[in-house]
Ligand binder design. Structure first.
Ligand SMILES: Cc1ncc(COP(=O)(O)O)c(C=O)c1O
Length: 396
């Protein structure tokens, strides 16, 4: 039959062996609606993209206004485009001092690529260090620093001179040396199934980078814009990197990525060679207008401050169920550990039946995620947590 679903499988390139296959007709707030009238709680938020909820009127209005004024006008960095300038000014006013120059791109992978190039260019070194079980994207460079051999092996040769360390392992910091251009780390490791930093770990990492002259790069692609309970993880944990990578919620639901550094470091991309990084669509005016509107909404509604109590409320309800082995959490980025992948996949099925969409983690298929829009109300938390408890009961 020539249904939308069959054409999805036939004509839309596939990489997942078991796509969710929920047809979306409309999305609003914390809900998806399918054409059969079924409503789903969205506990994924597009993998921490939709922090301010779906179809937020503030973003819809900004997109419509900017689209009517102008869309693409010229490759990045030549014309003075108000949405880029306003967004860069706002973001840098909220980040720690020294992070004052934003290079806009389209996605997280591109933000990582740009940050790695900048670190090599600034330090004149080549070695890039990242962590086991870290996900930084799927392009060749970001894949080269991914923390999983399984995902890398089929695509070798990749970028040389990379090395993995164990996240949260203080001993491994010795592997950072005067050969190292940069250490790339997620301040809260996400796709490993949510692992917040051990007390003192990010400080020790900062210290080791300072001792060796390596740049410290934070991948805040999942953690920023209030998700972990602090507008940025760098603010929450009080450790300032040399470069921050942003994407996902950065565009308020539109595709936008970027890396932020000091003007001194950033400016090295303008010489030897000039145009050290080029993008056509990066910093698209409509995406920047959407991102700025989303950030303003986040600030006006104190969403970063809400993430911690809302996350704690989920933990207090769901964590009590005997089938739950552990809850790992940073703000409203939550992994519910079930201890077996069989149980986790059964749980996803049970939840979908009951009108909740959740997902597993790329490097941890024994836990499912709870990361709804930060706008979710307490009533909606209690209601969705009740459904989760029912689904957990059905696992027995
Ligand atoms: C922590 C992290 N870094 C980088 C990326 C890559 O971002 P994108 O898919 O926009 O290229 C992702 C995407 O899931 C991510 O979670």
């Amino acid at each position: 039959m020539n249904t939308l679903r069959s054409r999805f499988l036939q004509h839309v390139g596939q990489t997942s062996p078991s796509p969710m296959m929920v047809e979306v007709e409309r999305a609003e707030g914390v809900f998806f609606y399918s054409p059969d009238g079924k409503r789903y709680y969205d506990l994924i938020a597009g993998v921490t993209v939709n922090n301010i909820g779906h179809a937020n009127p503030a973003v819809v209005e900004a997109v419509q206004r900017q689209a009517a004024e102008y869309m693409h006008v010229m490759v990045y960095g030549e014309m003075v485009e108000r949405p880029q300038v306003e967004y860069a000014t706002k973001i840098t006013s909220l980040l720690p001092e020294g992070l004052d120059s934003v290079y806009f791109l389209n996605s997280g992978s591109e933000a990582i690529e740009g940050a790695l190039k900048l670190a090599k260019r600034y330090t004149g070194r080549t070695e890039l260090i990242s962590c086991r079980n870290a996900y930084h994207g799927s392009t060749h460079g970001s894949l080269a620093v991914m923390g999983s051999e399984e995902y890398k092996n089929a695509f070798r040769p990749l970028m040389p001179d990379t090395r993995l360390i164990e996240y949260n392992d203080f001993g491994d910091l010795e592997l950072i040396t005067s050969r190292t251009a940069a250490v790339l780390v997620e301040p809260v490791q996400s796709e490993s199934g949510v692992h917040p930093p051990q007390p003192g770990y990010l400080e020790a990492l900062r210290k080791r980078c300072d001792e060796t002259g390596a740049l410290l790069i934070f991948d805040e692609i999942q953690t920023a814009f209030g998700r972990v309970g602090g507008l940025f993880a760098t603010l929450k944990y009080g450790v300032t990197p040399d470069i921050v990578c942003l994407a996902k919620a950065f565009g308020g639901g539109m595709p936008l990525g970027g890396f932020v550094s000091s003007k001194e470091i950033m400016d090295t991309l303008t010489v030897n060679p000039t145009l050290g990084h080029i993008t056509t669509f990066g910093g698209h005016p409509v995406c920047c207008a959407a991102g700025l509107a989303a950030l303003n909404y986040t600030l006006e509604h104190d969403l970063a401050e809400r993430a911690e109590p809302i996350g704690a409320l989920y933990e207090s309800i769901v964590g009590k169920h005997p089938a739950v082995k552990e809850i790992r959490r940073a703000g409203l980025l939550i992994a519910v550990e079930l201890g077996s992948s069989e149980r986790m996949f059964k749980m996803m099925e049970e939840l979908t039946k009951r009108g909740i969409l959740t997902d597993w983690f790329l490097f941890c298929d024994t836990a499912f995620r709870i990361s709804p829009p930060l706008t979710i109300t307490e009533e909606q938390v209690c209601d969705s947590a009740r459904i989760i408890l029912e689904a957990l009961d059905a696992l027995a």
